[in-house]
Design a protein around this ligand. Sequence first.
Ligand SMILES: Nc1ncnc2c1ncn2[C@@H]1O[C@H](COP(=O)(O)OP(=O)(O)O)[C@@H](O)[C@H]1O
Ligand SMILES: [Mg+2]
Length: 245
Amino acid sequence: MIEVEHLTKAFKDKKKTITAVNDVSFSIQKGEVVGLLGENGAGKTTMLRMIATVLHPSCGSILIDGIDILKDPMKIKRKIGVLFGSETGLYERLTARENLLYFAKLYGINNHEAKGKVEQLSVRFGMKEYLDRRVAGFSKGMRQKVAIARTLIHDPEVILFDEPTTGLDITSANMFRQLIHELRTEGKTIIFSSHIMEEVKLLCESVIMIHKGELVYHGKLRDLYAEEKSEDLNDIFMSRLVEGA
Ligand SMILES: Nc1ncnc2c1ncn2[C@@H]1O[C@H](COP(=O)(O)OP(=O)(O)O)[C@@H](O)[C@H]1O
Ligand SMILES: [Mg+2]
């Protein structure tokens, strides 16, 4: 379970303060798939970065399975897999396999287990042919697969994807949607941000809507549909933003 309480992040520079996330609270149950919706600049990436322990909140707390992520970030890192947009974080000069083994080592997975996991993921994502080639020559789709494998190498319970399908071609985007669907079946807890309402409708049971850093809605999609007497998520989103503003 993920419990976010009064989460706030302010970025300060010499002239002004930008409150990217403003007093946001919600909780997500184990095994839930949540769509994070918001316009550009709404605070989605900032929020996911804080949950991923890579950005320190200005205020508020985040607990995963009852553990405060700031008190035990290493333990939390092992529980979460993250993929932020097109930042694959791969080492160009290493092969796909070397990259994956390197990240496995960072998570403290022993060599034998890591090798097995790499084999398993390479079959799952059809990477066998290029597993031992250097990432430097890879296409975007190939990189994406290695990056996904990296996200899953330590078998995380919680997975954070920041706009995973933005900028992908149709085939890769569909592969990604299929993956989220499979991970959902495996019982993973997933938060993913997206601009694509159809994808959120298809994959999520709940949504979190944020607007200018503030929480506008959090709840089950079916409850939202019932409240609004409509299943047009685009429309609902727009009207909620106006209300929230
Ligand atoms: N490192 C940073 N320094 C200053 N401002 C930032 C930084 N990161 C994000 N912001 C600002 O915080 C707000 C939210 O950004 P972001 O979380 O990236 O939104 P989203 O992912 O929803 O598009 C924006 O106004 C953005 O300019
Ligand atoms: Mg973003």
